[in-house]
Write a protein that binds this ligand. Structure first.
Ligand code: HEC
Length: 154
């Protein structure tokens, strides 16, 4: 015969188990935390843009070995060595001007790289076009910054 004491013990365990289940974190709260952790990261956005517009020539990691590289008269430079070539200072303004390309004399001929300022102004359109172009360029620059090779000690 089952003793009343045994039944009480069983029901206490059941209650404890139910309580434990309720205090376990729900998947929903974990999702919320991840969303907060991955708030807008310019370098990550820049990497997406780079994959879309730049890797065909510069290669996925910016090393100058994209599938179109060998068809160009001027080989695309290795973008991971920009800081090294600029004597240790990452040249943000030079890059912004170069990627945009609208100001340079080389945009009228010798340049092999597309003039992104023109292309994106056309595709973005509208009054906010210049602002949108500037944003994309600064995101790309943050990605390029993130792939710079460490400079060896001299
Ligand atoms: C059609 C091939 C091609 C594509 C696509 C391309 N580039 Fe270039 N890029 C070049 C070539 C070639 C050069 C070397 C200079 C020249 O001929 O314009 C260059 C030069 C550069 C430079 C100058 C580097 C230095 O050290 O002086 C930067 C920065 C650059 N590209 C960034 C980009 C970014 C960012 C994108 C995408 C938005 C991109 N490129 C897309 C071909 C390309």
């Amino acid at each position: 015969m089952t003793s009343p004491r045994f039944l009480t013990a069983v029901s206490l365990i059941a209650v404890a188990f139910a309580a434990a289940c309720q205090t376990a974190p729900t998947p929903q709260s974990e999702e919320t935390t991840t969303a907060v952790d991955t708030v807008f990261n310019p370098a990550e956005r820049g990497q997406e843009l780079f994959t879309e517009y730049c890797q065909s020539c510069h290669g996925a990691e910016g090393r100058g070995n994209g599938p179109l590289a060998e068809l160009l008269k001027i080989p695309p430079p290795d973008l991971t060595l920009i800081t090294e070539r600029a004597n240790g200072v990452f040249p943000v303004d030079m890059l912004a001007t170069y990627i945009d390309g609208r100001g340079g004399v080389e945009s009228h001929g010798t340049r092999n790289m597309p003039v992104w300022g023109n292309i994106w102004t056309d595709t973005e359109g509208g009054a906010d076009a210049d602002q949108a172009v500037a944003e994309q360029i600064s995101e790309l620059i943050e990605f390029i910054r993130s792939i710079q090779e460490d400079i060896p000690d001299l």
